[in-house]
Write a new protein. Structure first.
Length: 225
């Protein structure tokens, strides 16, 4: 397995094109270029793309621009083209889609909505957080055509002097179902913690600023595991 460090996050074409993608004011928005890059690599025109936790709809905008068919869901839709749905039960047939992109909650650090089914209400310090995301992984596995790929963005957590290896713990769950393709480090130089206050806190309490997220790229195998 190759671990690659990249600056995709800050790539100059992050804001490519004339149209907008998703909503930069949405807390937890995925940079459009991350999705654009995945769709270029793992799909072709006319393919079916799904985002089970669509947020501000970045996946929809990028997929349509690249002439892919797209279906996007969220437990708290903020646009008409996002279907209200819990990602633990996706209303699509088995072996139906060519690619799934998901940028899931990383813990209970962001308040997305008041929806009781929001997985972002569960702390990543609890086993339950991974159990619920594993149900989403099982659904992604079910709807993907054999041999097709998915991309999952997630990050670690360091709060109240405690580190949670959220990314690796989630990877362990995903490995039960999918074949690894790659692990990408999405660097975040313009993140909110890149300020003087956070730098001095990091020195005082001896922790590293969270400067990256993981992008896990995995494939549904062609055979039964
Ligand atoms: C990190 S955001 C996604 C950001 C999105 N990719 C974008 O670019 O705007 C995570 C999303 O997961 C949604 N979510 C949380 N639990 C969910 C569930 N059980 N089913 C569906 N969506 C869920 C939240 O409402 C939130 O919009």
């Amino acid at each position: 397995m190759q671990i690659e460090s990249t600056t995709l996050w800050d790539f100059p074409t992050q804001n490519y094109g004339d149209t907008s993608h998703g909503d930069n004011k949405f807390n937890g928005v995925t940079p459009a270029f991350v999705i654009w890059n995945l769709l270029q690599r793992y799909t072709k025109e006319g393919d079916r793309v799904v985002d089970p936790m669509a947020g501000s709809g970045t996946t929809i905008d990028v997929a349509l621009e690249l002439n892919r068919k797209v279906r996007a869901y969220d437990v708290h839709p903020v646009r008409k083209d996002i279907i209200k749905n819990d990602a633990r039960k996706i209303p699509l047939p088995d072996d139906y889609v060519d690619f799934v992109f998901i940028d899931s909650p990383y813990s209970d650090n962001i308040k997305y909505s008041d929806e009781p089914d929001c997985i972002g209400k569960i702390s990543c310090e609890k086993e339950l957080f991974y159990d619920e995301l594993e149900k989403v992984a099982q659904e992604i596995l079910r709807i993907l055509k054999p041999g097709k790929a998915m991309g999952w963005v997630i990050a670690d957590q360091w709060i109240k002097k405690k580190f949670s290896a959220t990314g690796f713990l989630m990877w362990q769950r995903l490995e039960k179902y999918f074949e690894p393709i790659d692990i990408i480090c999405l660097t975040r130089h313009n993140q909110t913690s890149n300020t003087g206050v956070w730098h001095s806190r990091a020195r005082e309490f001896n922790f590293y600023l969270r400067g990256f997220k993981y992008l896990f790229i995995m494939r549904k195998t062609n055979y039964i595991k």
